[in-house]
Write a protein that binds this ligand. Structure first.
Ligand code: IPM
Ligand code: MN
Length: 354
């Protein structure tokens, strides 16, 4: 069995965290008796610097011929400081999502008990936190018509959603809830937005097809509060693109380090796996970035390939690493291990335990 994937290291800490995940590939090949072949592609600021394009055609072509994509991170401050820049690294990410039909971004949020002391939340709130956000990824205000009036003093961004766009991700959320604690929370702003009312109506209509799932609704402003006040109450959170962007960043810090959370973007065929953190340019190239979010993204990719034993094995080793203090400075500022050291340790453990 041969699996083909594309590696898009991207910007900032992207290349160094991706390198740690790739150390596990030969071990998995050996233990699972499978073959992987992968090639690299350019995306983001690195791609702009080399080609002028944040997602060169060559990268997209490679992706379309593969089964999956492992992405590091995209973004560079030189573009953030210039709101007039015509070409931006983030456009590469939006284009790959749209071109590959990656309409559902799945972000699991699970606490690791050893990290509870460094969470910004009080420890008693962290018990049993285990939810997953289904964020719509190819619609809404991100992709609606945008523009300015003639003299540039007014701007608009349209938010559009259609029934089929809502249905396809809602089905995924219901199906996932069926394998979990059987609850879906739709996060919207239906007291204000027409698109949110369409979400509610559409999801309510689907609900009878999933009689064992409890569906509830929460306005996004309240959800932002409840994620902090009672994170253990959520199971599957379903939401549109922009709300999902915001609440997943909020949710990511609950675990104690944003460097821990993986994500999968899935849809019409090829899937993309990436850490939810950004490119962290201020620490790039120093061998100090936390590689676990990317290593856990690789575990999600192994699940996608049907290699569940490797996926579970990787997750167990990450838990062990946390318990053994084999962690970077975001977790133990007093006794940090280097990114590459953590990667070697995980590889060696996988070799011994799988
Ligand atoms: C994310 C990021 C992206 C988004 C940016 C980099 C375009 O914040 O994946 O959450 O807003 O979707
Ligand atoms: Mn984001």
């Amino acid at each position: 069995m041969e699996f083909k994937f594309v590696v898009l290291p991207g910007d900032g800490i992207g290349p160094e965290v991706v390198a740690q995940a790739l150390k596990l590939i030969p071990v998995i090949e050996d233990k699972e008796k499978v073959k992987f072949s992968y090639e690299e592609g350019l995306i983001g600021a690195t791609a702009i610097d080399q080609t002028g394009n944040p997602l060169p055609d060559d990268t997209l072509e490679k992706c379309m011929k593969s089964n999956a994509i492992l992405l590091g991170a995209v973004g560079h401050p030189k573009f953030d400081l210039d709101p007039t820049a015509a070409v931006r690294p983030e456009q590469g990410l939006l284009k790959i999502r749209k071109s590959l039909g990656l309409f559902a971004n799945i972000r699991p949020v699970k606490t690791f008990p050893v990290l509870d002391p460094i969470s910004p939340l009080k420890e008693h709130l962290l018990k049993g936190v285990d939810f997953v956000v289904f964020r719509e990824l190819t619609g809404g205000i991100y992709f609606g018509e945008k523009g300015r009036n003639e003299d540039g003093t007014e701007a608009y961004d349209h938010c559009n959603y259609s029934v089929p766009e809502i249905q396809r991700i809602a089905r995924m959320a219901f199906e996932t809830a069926g394998k979990r604690r059987k609850k879906v929370t739709l996060v919207d702003k239906a007291n204000i937005l027409e698109t949110s009312r369409l979400w509610r109506e559409t999801v309510q209509r689907l609900a009878p097809e999933y009689p064992d799932i409890t569906l509830d609704f929460m306005f996004v402003d309240n959800a932002a509060m409840q994620i902090i006040l009672q994170p253990a109450n959520f199971d599957v959170v379903l939401t549109e693109n922009m709300f999902g962007d915001i609440i997943t960043d909020e949710a990511s810090v609950i675990t104690g380090s944003i460097g821990m959370l993986p994500s999968a973007s899935v849809g019409e065929g090829i899937s993309l796996f990436e850490p939810i953190h950004g490119s962290a340019p201020q620490i790039a190239g120093k061998d100090i970035a936390n590689p676990f979010a990317t290593i856990l993204s690789l575990a999600m990719m192994m699940d996608h390939f049907g290699l569940g034993r490797s996926a579970e094995g990787i997750r167990n080793i990450v838990s062990n690493a946390l318990e053994s203090g084999m962690v970077t400075g975001d977790i133990t500022p007093d006794n940090p291990r280097r990114t590459s050291e953590v990667g070697d340790w995980v590889r060696d453990q996988l070799q011994q335990t799988l």
